[in-house]
Design a protein. Structure first.
Length: 80
């Protein structure tokens, strides 16, 4: 695994942990605000791709239209 893949996996793990802790609706803007507070990068595209990747991996539900998309944590009921 390359260094950039490793840092991406670490970033995704931290984001998923935060979402599990704080729940509710997550948007790319909310991820950007979180990263500003924690000293991370704040690119909107990166925040959006991270949320999409967590949804692709089965951790999040993608909700709403593409231009107003938000994500929620999947529950056991969602996975059944």
């Amino acid at each position: 695994m390359s260094a950039s893949q490793s840092s991406r996996e670490q970033r995704l793990a931290q984001l998923l942990d935060t979402i599990r802790t704080h729940g509710v609706r997550w948007t790319s803007g909310r991820v950007q605000n979180l990263r500003r507070l924690t000293g991370g990068g704040t690119q909107r595209g990166t925040a959006s791709r991270d949320l999409q990747e967590l949804a692709r991996r089965g951790h999040l539900n993608a909700c709403g239209p593409r231009d107003g998309r938000f994500y929620t944590l999947k529950t056991r009921k969602d996975r059944a």
